[in-house]
Design a protein around this ligand. Structure first.
Ligand SMILES: N[C@@H](CCC(=O)NCCCC(=O)O)C(=O)O
Length: 258
């Protein structure tokens, strides 16, 4: 039996009549099928109607995806966004409780971009709303280019913390990553440990220290490079190992540094 891997969706209005849909990029679906070796299970952004307990019980791992929408600032004590900023309160209402329940149970959890930010907020951290407006930060935002190869190209370096999960996966102290976000970690949540930094000091990866299972987040998008780049592939393969271990009920693969 293959593993069941939950993938968080966003609310999106599609089609001629802008009907409400629950959507996720195919890159995550492919990563689950091709690298994790599991069956993708899309988790709708259905707010308080989500059955978190049932999801946690049935799933063998969860990937929290990226999204153009931002986490609602009230959830971390931030100022409201400017009115035109995309938000997805229904997704927030699913993913934040899901993060806390998954971590408590040791259910493998991989947060990517918005998913990484959701992990920080769910555990009590806060976000900068626009890194590019801060005097000491680089512009981390999406290159506004039609060609995906340009949008998803390596944008900056990351200094990897020695002895971390990311160090084991990257097999290097310096890696290059793409960058498609405006927000970034401000206050790191209690219990999170930084695993890598951009040149401007922005936290780009963390793990949940003391988690009973695999629980890591990355601010960039390994799914865009999974066909071409070994570090991105190994991120998913490391998650796959944790899922396999969780399913067999064997020793839980912790992300804690040795
Ligand atoms: N909205 C947040 C999170 C950014 C994020 O997840 N970006 C991925 C977008 C998907 C894509 O364009 O491919 C922020 O701005 O920080």
């Amino acid at each position: 039996m293959k593993s069941l891997i939950g993938i968080s969706c966003c609310q999106k209005a599609f089609g001629r009549f802008a009907m409400l849909n629950h959507a996720v990029s195919d890159t995550y679906v492919r990563a689950v099928g091709e690298l994790v070796g599991g069956v993708p299970v899309l988790i709708p952004a259905n707010g308080s109607r989500a059955d978190i307990e049932c999801l946690i019980e049935r799933l063998d791992g969860i990937i929290l995806t990226g999204s153009p929408s931002n986490v609602e600032p009230a959830l971390y004590g931030g100022e409201p966004h400017p009115p035109e900023t995309p938000e997805d309160k229904f997704r927030d209402a699913v993913t934040l409780p899901l993060v806390r329940s998954a971590i408590a149970l040791g259910l493998p959890l991989l947060g990517i971009c918005r998913g990484f930010q959701e992990m920080n907020v769910a555990l009590g951290g806060s976000l900068h709303q626009r890194l590019q407006d801060l005097p000491d930060r680089m512009d981390h935002s999406t290159p506004m280019q039609k060609l995906a190869v340009i949008r998803h190209a390596k944008a900056h370096a990351i200094r990897v913390v020695p002895g971390s999960w990311l160090h084991r996966v990257a097999q290097a102290r310096d890696i290059a990553v793409n960058s498609l976000h405006n927000q970034g970690v401000d206050r790191l949540a209690p219990g999170l440990v930084a695993e890598g930094y951009a040149p401007d000091g922005t936290i780009e990866a963390f793990r949940v220290a003391q988690a009973p299972g695999f629980a890591v987040g990355v601010q960039w998008h390994p799914e865009y490079d999974m066909d071409s780049e070994p570090v991105s592939r190994r991120i998913f393969l490391s998650f796959a190992d944790a899922v396999a271990s969780y399913r067999t009920g064997g020793q839980r693969l912790s992300t804690a540094a040795d």
